[in-house]
Design a protein around this ligand. Structure first.
Ligand code: RBV
Length: 417
């Protein structure tokens, strides 16, 4: 058997979800049509470790259509959509993923995807690459390269490369403009609020929402929350980012102060211990806390547990902690990324570009073979313009072109006033 999923009977429902995503991912679908003919991934064995969502299924089908053999696992214990996993397994894809697996099972799944000795790896958060490096170093010789989807993973891999420890080249897909400037901002903005709403159904208008971290993800969340009528407080450690938040119209203050004001807290920093004991001590009764960063270390749950005298499961992805003085704090999705654990992750339309970049990065590695240095690469910026142009066309939009006179003007440094 080449799969382990929750329930194969969910496959029909999963297929419908994937169909829906395919109808909203025209760029990736166009690449699939081209790939079917040109077979750029023929002979490649791709191990993938990325949230098992309907959008990921569209990517998986595209990799297979381009000639690759694929074996997949999820990259977070709570982000697998069991229906989608069942649909992929039912169509013969090697996949090891189910919602709510333990840490031990998580790594068991990753190990299984390495059984077929991949030539390429695809990561979201770098857990697969780390497993290869730490546990299966014998595989490194046959691996041409890898790709990394998210900011947190890219940080880890750059640190590893700087230390001389990275044993094969990796494309930082996250760092393509058509990824970070869209997925991280608009994707995270919408899907994180989607997760909060599915877990709570609270009115956002009039609420004070504290966004921890004003990077691309935090900015996306803050913008969308403000658009829903919430008042946003941003917390930061980097002065320029804090300044951006202020000039975008939000309030900025240290978390120690913000903790007293927030109705909803969303951490999006990639750093640990953003919400800790002293913050829970001063929160309002009824405060809702969640995280949208890649790992579940942003909210210190041990501190919360230590202060609680009671805990109730209120509804999906929503745990009520009653603190010793009677105040209640609601933790969503166990502090794991709210958008994928409580909702469906980013919308298909935005993943269209992220996964087009993934696909093209893997094709690039397959083409280059073992010729690249063992470091972290970015895709060429011209590719962003091509992908964005394609996306605009699928949206029925056209834009201006520079005239020859304008091009000459752009390079003419002599003419001034
Ligand atoms: N992400 N994937 C989805 N719908 O498949 N949603 C979000 C999806 C990715 C996103 O690209 C981000 O970088 C990463 O999840 C964080 O783990």
């Amino acid at each position: 058997m080449n799969h382990k999923v929750a329930d194969l009977k969910l496959a029909d429902a999963g297929r419908l979800r994937i169909d829906w995503a395919e109808s909203r991912m025209p760029v990736l679908m166009a690449l699939r049509e081209k790939g079917k003919k040109e077979q750029p991934l023929k002979g490649m064995r791709i191990a993938g470790c990325l949230h098992v969502t309907k959008e990921t299924a569209v990517l998986v089908r595209t990799l297979i259509a381009a000639g690759a053999e694929v074996s997949w696992s999820g990259c977070n214990p709570l982000s697998t959509n069991d229906e989608v996993a069942a649909a992929l397994a039912a169509e013969g894809t090697s996949i090891y993923a189910w919602h709510g697996l333990s840490t031990e099972e998580f790594y068991w799944c990753i190990d299984r995807t390495l059984d077929f000795k991949p030539t390429l790896t695809l990561d979201d958060g770098a857990d697969l690459i780390f497993t290869v490096h730490n546990k299966h170093a014998e595989l490194v010789d046959t691996i041409i390269g890898g790709t990394e989807e998210t900011t947190t993973g890219v940080h880890r891999l750059r640190a590893m490369a700087a230390d001389g420890k990275l044993k094969y080249p990796v494309y930082a897909v996250n760092d393509s403009e058509t990824k970070w400037d869209f997925d991280n901002v608009y994707g995270t903005g919408q899907s994180s609020l989607d997760g909060v709403l599915r877990a709570t159904s609270v009115l956002l208008a009039g609420k004070t929402i504290v966004v921890g971290g004003y990077g691309h993800c935090g900015r996306g969340v803050a913008t969308r929350a403000a658009g829903m009528g919430a008042q946003v407080i941003a917390t930061e450690v980097k002065p320029t980012m804090a300044l951006k938040a202020v000039l975008d119209g939000h309030r900025v203050m240290p978390m120690d102060e913000a903790a007293k004001h927030g109705d909803v807290f969303i951490t999006s920093t990639g750093m640990k211990d953003i919400l800790v004991g002293r913050h829970f001590d001063v929160m309002k009764d009824g405060a809702i806390i969640c995280n949208t960063g890649h790992y579940d270390c942003e909210i210190n749950i041990d501190d919360l547990e230590a202060r609680a005298k009671g805990k109730r499961h209120i509804r999906h992805s929503n745990e009520e902690y009653t603190l010793k003085d009677g105040r209640r704090v609601y933790l969503l999705a166990q502090g794991r990324l709210i958008n994928l654990a409580a909702a469906e992750g980013h919308p298909s339309e935005v993943m269209d570009m992220s996964f087009a970049n993934q696909y093209l990065a893997l094709c690039e590695l397959a083409k280059k073979g073992k010729s690249l240095d063992n470091t972290v690469f970015e895709l060429p910026p011209e590719l962003d313009q091509e992908l964005a142009q394609l996306k605009l066309e699928t949206m029925g939009l056209s834009i201006d072109k520079l005239t020859p006179e304008q091009i000459a003007y752009a390079t003419d440094y002599a003419s001034g006033t």
